[in-house]
Each structure stands twice: as structure tokens, then as C-alpha cells.
Design a protein around this ligand. Structure first.
Ligand SMILES: [Zn+2]
Length: 287
């Protein structure tokens, strides 16, 4: 079995002085993909060793949403979020039309009632993989995003947003239809100006390992601009592995690398940064 510290998986970092929660990762990748990532039990154990006391795993395709509903029943220390990813919404509508998308959304609506589901996500808009000219895919993404906003509001659940190359459209739609009370920009990808706009609206910003990337000065500007009481931390594992381990597989236990940079940018102690992030997480998700 693969473990932290082997060639694929970076070693365990120094434990955090105060625990935090990984509010967005994809544990199913490890479970499904025969050792490409760590098993759920290994992930939870490794994370706990370095002060990540809880993990929210996100299922955003039909298969992984079903997997998530099972996993949160079977494992301690994890909660779930489910949705149809904007790129999946586009694919479903392209191949099966509106009725297939409606069916998929109905399943998500049902799975959200599973005990241990603490958020709707990830939903939103992605103009990186969908061309602005692809009408069907574009409409499907908007329709799916609106449906998820309703799911969150009717249950009073927080919503995790996937926003790729779609900042303005996402922000405008939230204003148009009214954002859920707790709205989180997962893997925040805006700049300082957008962070200020999100803060004004009361949205939360969840930062991942990509804030450590050399070519991402605007993300570090965003961390500086975001008020400490609006900041969350995540891995988006197995993606977004923080420096100095880019190219290896990401997992929740690597959050300390990201937390250290958040503390440095906010000019507070690591302990203060962790305590603030922990408190924000509890406020948003109740975990
Ligand atoms: Zn994700």
C-alpha cells in the first residue's frame, strides 16, 4: 500500500499548532483509481497526524456523488458535498438533452438528504472547458447552477462554487437570483479586486495549494485582500499539490504548506491563522 513519504506521495509536513479542516477534496479518486491516491482510511489517518481533523469530500459527477453518499456513512472523520460539476452538466446535456440533465439533478437533490452531507457543490460555471459559443453546454451550465442554488437555499446548506474563467458571470448570477446565505468560492481563482468584492457580499474564499505556485501572484494578492474571517482552506486533492511537491499526488495531509503561506500573507502567526480558518469552517459547515 502506498503511504506518505514514498515516491508518489510527499512526506508528512510539520503538524499544525491548531487543527483545521480540509473543506474540499475528492477522496473517491484514491478509492477508485487503485493507489493513484491514498485510500480513504489512509487519507484520514495521515491528515489527523498533522492537524487536519476533518475532511469534506466532494462528489461532483453522478458516480462520485453516489460514492460520496456511501463513503460518509462508512467512514469517521469525513463529511460530504454533492453536485453536478458544470463540465459534467454540459456533457450530460450534450449527450442526453435536457431530460438527462433533469434526471441527474433529481438524483443530486435526493442524495443531498443523506445524513452527513454538509454542502452543495461543486457547482458554478466553467468557460475554460466549454466554449462561450457552445449554446447547449452554456445553457446547461446556467440551468444546473440555478438548480443547485435552489437546492442549497431550500435546505439552508452552504454552496461550494466552481468558477473557472467565469468570474463576472458567476458573481452576476448570484446577485440576480440571490446567493445562498453561505456561499464559498472553492479553489478561489480571482485576484485582489475580486476578493474584495466577494468579501463585501459576505462570500467565503477557500484557498488551495495553487496559492504557492510561482506563477500565481494574483492569488497571493487575493489572500492578502480577503479578510481573515472569510478565509477557508482546502486541497482540491488529488489536484493542486502545493510547492515544493508539484507533480506528486495531493492529499489533505499537505494542507500545512498552504496554511503556512496563508499565515505569512495575512501577517499573523500560524496558530492565529489556523484558529481563524477553523472557526470559519465551523460557521459555514457546522463541522
Ligand atoms: Zn474540486
Amino acid at each position: 500500500m502506498s503511504k506518505p513519504g514514498t515516491d508518489k506521495f510527499p512526506p508528512l509536513p510539520q503538524p499544525l499548532p491548531t487543527p483545521v479542516v480540509d473543506n474540499h477534496c475528492h477522496l473517491d479518486f484514491g478509492d477508485r483509481d487503485g493507489g493513484r491516491a491514498l485510500s480513504v482510511a489512509d487519507q484520514v489517518a495521515a491528515a489527523r497526524e498533522v492537524g487536519i481533523e476533518h475532511i469534506i469530500t466532494v462528489g461532483c459527477s453522478l458516480d462520485s456523488a453516489r460514492w460520496t453518499a456511501q463513503a460518509i456513512r462508512a467512514h469517521e472523520g469525513i463529511s460530504g458535498a454533492v453536485a453536478i460539476h458544470p463540465n459534467d452538466a454540459a456533457d450530460i446535456a450534450r449527450t442526453g438533452g435536457q431530460s438527462a440533465l433533469d434526471e441527474a439533478l433529481a438524483l443530486i437533490d435526493e442524495l443531498l438528504d443523506t445524513p452527513g452531507m454538509v454542502a452543495v457543490g461543486e457547482t458554478g460555471l466553467d468557460w475554460f472547458r466549454t466554449s462561450r459559443k457552445d449554446e447547449v453546454a452554456r445553457e446547461a451550465q446556467f440551468a444546473s447552477f440555478r438548480a443547485h442554488i435552489d437546492f442549497a437555499k431550500k435546505r439552508d446548506l452552504p454552496m461550494q462554487i466552481h468558477d473557472r474563467d467565469a468570474h463576472r458571470d458567476v458573481l452576476d448570477l448570484l446577485v440576480e437570483v440571490g446567493a445562498p446565505e453561505k456561499t464559498v468560492f472553492h479553489c478561489f481563482s480571482g485576484d485582489g479586486e475580486m476578493a474584495r468584492e466577494c468579501a463585501e457580499k459576505g462570500y467565503y474564499m477557500s484557498f488551495s495549494g495553487n496559492i504557492t505556485f510561482k506563477n500565481a501572484p494574483e492569488l497571493r494578492e487575493a489572500v492578502i485582500a480577503a479578510p481573515l474571517n472569510r478565509i477557508l482552506v482546502e486541497t482540491d486533492a488529488p489536484f493542486m499539490t502545493p510547492v515544493p511537491y508539484r507533480g506528486k499526488v495531493n492529499a489533505s495531509y499537505l494542507i500545512p504548506h498552504t496554511m503556512c503561506l496563508i499565515a505569512e500573507l495575512k501577517e499573523v502567526s500560524l496558530e492565529q491563522a489556523c484558529a481563524a480558518v477553523r472557526e470559519n469552517t465551523r460557521e459555514v459547515y457546522g463541522v
